[in-house]
Design a binder for this molecule. Structure first.
Ligand code: AMP
Length: 304
């Protein structure tokens, strides 16, 4: 579940007109590399291109829960990145069809075992959970500062219902009121989710569970062209990997983080979803191996 959108992006490398974006689109595309039983819950306007819907279908993504609102416009977001690419300004957010989004879950979606709630209002995220007759094995969720500012109480209600929260370091600090990410992880997990992933952009990601922590680096890339959707791609890759292995153990989550990070490293190489539409399974396998190499070392005993 997540936005399916038009984006206009400006980076130090160039600028796009309206291109395909949206958290739901990135999540679905990324997950499609690992499993082929995905179902999108979202809404677009009549202006959304058929070819994109067909591209998603061709990748095995079911669209029965994607509402197409005649006479209405698709969600539009525009952002401009600063030179360091780590920060961006939102220039335009036109909610359009998302303004009164009432998520519909077709009967064919009942029984879903993995649920990824992309960044949308916590009230809508909660509705999706409630509308599933059987609780999925794993419910993961993304959110952002925007919802912490305007809907903190509903957000806390939704957090009680989920297993895993995937947010970035700045968001973790805001949600917990703690600067230390270790302390933040304790405060946030006391709010509901047993698992927490904190993304640190080009500095990788941390997974917290019980008294354990795991760190995965991001691949050092020569050039980051457009970071839009990297977080959603990470989440989609992570969930797709877990669901294909049908294994939600902590150890498998570590592998899923590497899978998600590998996909996110492709996402940033070109504008929008372009790179994700080009890459093959072989490209992904090679990149996962680069991650393994990056942290592979053996310790020589030098201390007596
Ligand atoms: P990310 O770069 O991972 O934060 O995600 C970027 C995507 O989120 C873009 O493709 C946007 O269309 C989408 N997006 C931006 N703002 C919102 C919002 N308020 N609600 C839903 N989706 C959004």
């Amino acid at each position: 579940m997540g936005s399916v959108a038009f984006d206009a992006i400006e980076t130090p490398f160039g600028k796009t007109d309206k291109i395909i974006g949206g958290a739901g689109t990135y999540i679905a595309l990324a997950a499609s590399f690992f499993e082929n039983k995905q179902q999108i819950v979202s809404v677009v306007g009549e202006d959304f291109p058929q070819e994109t819907l067909q591209m998603l279908k061709d990748r095995g993504v079911q669209l029965d829960g994607l509402q197409i609102k005649q006479g209405e416009k698709t969600f539009f977001w525009s952002g401009k990145y600063h030179n360091d690419m780590n920060s961006r300004d939102t220039l335009v957010t036109e909610l359009n069809v998302l303004e009164n989004f009432d998520p519909i879950l077709p009967q064919s979606y009942q029984g879903a075992e993995f649920l990824m709630l992309g960044n949308l209002s916590p009230q809508v995220q909660k509705l999706v959970i409630e509308r599933l007759e059987t609780r999925p094995k794993l419910i993961a969720m993304d959110t952002m500062n925007f919802w912490m500012d305007i809907a903190l109480e509903p957000l806390k209600e939704t957090l009680k219902l989920i297993d895993l929260l995937i947010i970035n370091d700045e968001e973790a600090r805001q949600l917990s009121g703690e600067y230390s990410l270790v302390k933040a992880s304790q405060v946030i997990r006391a709010m509901g989710p047993k698992y927490l992933i904190i993304k640190k952009g080009e500095h990788g990601a941390l997974l917290f569970h019980e008294d354990k922590a795991f760190f995965a680096p991001a691949l050092p890339l020569e050039e980051v062209f457009d970071p839009t959707g990297a977080g959603d791609t990470f989440a989609g890759g992570f969930m797709g990997y877990l669901s294909s292995a049908d294994d939600i153990s902590y150890d498998n989550m570590k592998r899923a983080i590497i899978a998600g990070s590998a996909l996110a490293s492709f996402c940033v190489e070109k504008f929008g979803t372009q790179r994700l539409q080009e890459i093959t399974q072989t490209d992904i396998e090679k990149r996962i191996n680069k991650f393994v190499e990056l942290t592979d070392f053996s310790m020589v005993e030098t201390i007596n």
